[in-house]
Design a protein around this ligand. Structure first.
Ligand code: GCU
Length: 475
C-alpha cells in the first residue's frame, strides 16, 4: 500500500481487537486414506463410462447433463472428526460444474466448484474438509447446474487431504534461478491473499475466515500484514508478535504457506526500523524454524530511499535471520513502494546491476491495475526474466486500494504472472469499506466467509482466480 493510502488509513477508525483465546489447533492428524471408485457408488441420472483415459478402477461416472444428478458414496470413518474428501474429476467443458456435497444428508459444501480441466482426459482433484461420524457415512455429490456434474473418477477420504494442501505437497520452498521451486525442484506459482493491517482488521481472521481462505478460496498462501508504525508493532511488540505466531500456526494447520510481512510504510527508510526488525524476525525464526511453509518479507514498501540503501538494510538484517533459519526464502522490498523503482523514474536494472548479496532471496513488486499501466507491466515482464520476483500485493483498483476496478488490465497482469510462474498475493482479506477489501463492510467477524454472497466485485473476481486448479509438479 502506498503512502497515499496511508493518509486514508489514518482516518480508518481503530477497530476493537478481538484477541483469540490463544489456543492453537495442532495440524490435523489424518487417518490413512481410503479410495472409493465412483463406478461402484450409487448413481442417479448418470452412467458409468470408460471412454476417456486416465481414470482409476474400471471407469468413471458421467453425470447426466441435468441438475440434481448425483453420485452417492458410502464411506467408513474409524472415529468421528474432520476428514478430507478429495474428488478426482475431469471437466472438459468450458464452464465450472459446481456440486453440492451432502454428508449424511446435511449440506457440507454449497456449490463446490469443479473448474474446467481443459480436456475430458485431464483429471484433477478438488478437496473439502467435512465432519464425519464414526462408522458408516453417506457422501452425496449433486450437480447444481443444468449441465450436470463433471466426470467423476473417485473419492479419497482421509489423509489424501495432505496431498492436496499446497504447503504439504510442495514442502520447503527454495529460490531456483528466477523462480520459486518446491521440494522437488520444480518451479511453482503460489496464489493467495494478504490480510489487512492486524491492528485494524484482526477480527476478519477468525477460524471460519481462515477455513474459507484455505478450503473455499483454495489459497496457497496467506500474507500476514503486520504494520510497524500506524498504531502497529511499535505500540505493542509482544502483542503483535503473538498475533503473527498465532496466524502462522493457523496457516500451517490448513496447509497454506504464510508470508510474514514486515509492513514498514512510513517512514519509508527501512533503517528506521532495523533494530525492531532484528528483534521480531529473530523470535519468528527461532520459534518456527521447524516450519517448511514460510516466507519472510522484510520491507513492505520502502520510499524516498535509494536502492543501495534498501540493499544495505537487507544485508544487515538477513544474516541475523539466517543464524536461526537457513532455509526460508526472504523477499526484499524494492525502491518507490516496491515498484522496482518505476514510481521514482528508475527501473529494475539498478537491482540487476547491484543485487542483494545473499542467497535464497526474491524481490518485491506491487501493482494496482487501475493506476499502474503498461510501463509497470513492461517492467515486470522484463524484470521477471532477470530476477526472482514475488508480487506480494496487487489490487484491481487504484493504488489507494479504492476506486473503480480495471479487470482488463488486472487480467493482463495475471496472464503474465501465470506464464512466468510469478507468485502473487492480492490486497486484501478484510471488510474495510474500500473497493479492494474483498468483503462487504460489516461482514467481520460473524458473517459468511465462504461463497460469494459477502464479496465485493473485486473479491469475487480474485476468488475465482485463486481457486482455479494449481499446477504443482511433484515428479
Ligand atoms: C462429453 C464427454 C462426456 C461428458 C459430457 C458432459 O460428451 O464425452 O464424458 O460427460 O461431455 O458434458 O458431461
Amino acid at each position: 500500500m502506498s503512502s497515499h493510502q496511508l493518509k486514508l488509513l489514518r482516518r480508518t477508525p481503530v477497530m476493537v481487537l478481538i484477541l483469540g483465546a490463544g489456543l492453537l489447533l495442532p495440524a490435523h492428524e489424518a487417518a490413512a486414506a481410503t479410495s472409493y471408485e465412483a463406478e461402484n457408488a450409487t448413481v442417479s441420472q448418470g452412467q458409468v463410462d470408460a471412454d476417456h483415459t486416465g481414470f482409476t478402477g474400471t471407469g468413471f461416472v458421467n453425470y447426466g447433463n441435468v441438475a440434481g444428478s448425483y453420485v452417492e458414496f458410502t464411506v467408513d470413518a474409524a472415529a468421528a472428526g474432520t476428514s478430507n474428501l478429495t474428488f478426482r474429476y475431469a471437466n472438459g467443458s468450458t464452464a465450472d460444474r459446481p456440486m453440492d456435497i451432502r454428508v449424511n444428508g446435511a449440506l457440507a459444501a454449497d456449490d463446490l466448484s469443479f473448474p474446467v480441466t481443459g480436456a475430458w482426459t485431464t483429471w484433477r482433484t478438488v478437496s473439502r474438509a467435512v465432519p464425519l461420524r464414526a462408522g458408516s457415512n453417506t457422501i452425496r455429490a449433486t450437480a447444481v447446474g443444468s449441465a450436470g456434474g463433471p466426470n467423476l473418477d473417485n473419492l479419497l477420504v482421509g489423509s489424501a487431504s495432505t496431498s492436496t494442501k499446497p504447503a504439504e505437497v510442495n514442502g520447503q520452498l527454495k529460490v531456483c534461478g528466477v523462480h520459486l521451486c518446491n521440494q522437488y525442484g520444480n518451479p511453482v506459482q503460489l496464489r493467495g491473499m494478504s490480510t489487512h493491517g492486524l491492528q485494524w482488521y484482526y477480527q476478519c481472521l477468525p477460524d471460519a475466515a481462515l477455513d474459507a481462505l484455505a478450503y473455499d478460496w483454495n489459497a496457497d498462501v496467506m500474507r500476514i500484514s503486520m504494520y510497524i508504525q500506524e498504531d502497529g508493532y511499535e505500540t505493542d511488540p509482544r502483542g503483535f508478535t503473538d498475533k503473527v505466531h498465532h496466524l502462522i500456526d493457523e496457516a500451517t494447520a490448513r496447509g497454506m504457506y504464510a508470508i510474514v510481512d514486515w509492513h514498514m510504510l512510513d517512514p519509508g527508510d527501512p533503517y528506521y526500523n532495523l533494530e525492531r526488525a532484528k528483534t521480531f524476525f529473530s523470535e519468528i525464526a527461532q520459534q518456527h524454524n521447524g516450519n517448511t511453509n514460510l516466507l519472510y518479507e522484510i520491507a513492505n514498501e520502502p520510499s524516498d530511499v535509494s536502492w543501495s540503501r534498501i540493499k544495505s538494510y537487507a544485508e544487515d538484517l538477513i544474516p541475523v535471520i539466517r543464524q536461526y533459519d537457513p532455509e526460508t526464502p526472504i523477499i526484499v522490498g524494492t525502491r518507490a513502494w516496491s515498484s522496482l523503482g518505476v514510481s521514482d523514474g528508475a527501473d529494475e536494472t539498478e537491482i540487476v546491476n547491484n543485487p542483494v548479496n545473499a542467497s535464497n532471496i526474491m524481490y518485491t513488486f506491487h501493482f494496482y491495475a487501475a493506476s499502474h499501466g503498461d510501463e509497470y507491466l513492461n517492467t515486470l515482464t522484463r524484470a521477471a526474466d532477470e530476477l526472482p520476483i514475488f508480487v506480494t500485493e496487487f489490487g484491481t483498483q487504484e493504488y489507494t486500494g479504492d476506486g473503480g476496478n480495471d479487470f482488463t488490465m488486472s487480467q493482463r497482469y495475471l496472464d503474465l504472472m501465470a506464464s512466468k510462474k510469478i507468485s502473487w498475493v492480492s490486497w486484501n482479506y478484510s471488510d474495510d469499506f474500500r473497493s479492494g477489501a474483498v468483503f462487504k463492510a460489516g461482514t467481520c467477524p460473524d458473517g459468511t466467509y465462504t461463497g460469494t454472497g459477502s464479496l465485493k466485485p473485486a473479491g469475487a473476481w480474485v476468488r475465482d482466480r485463486i481457486r482455479t486448479p494449481d499446477d504443482f509438479p511433484t515428479g
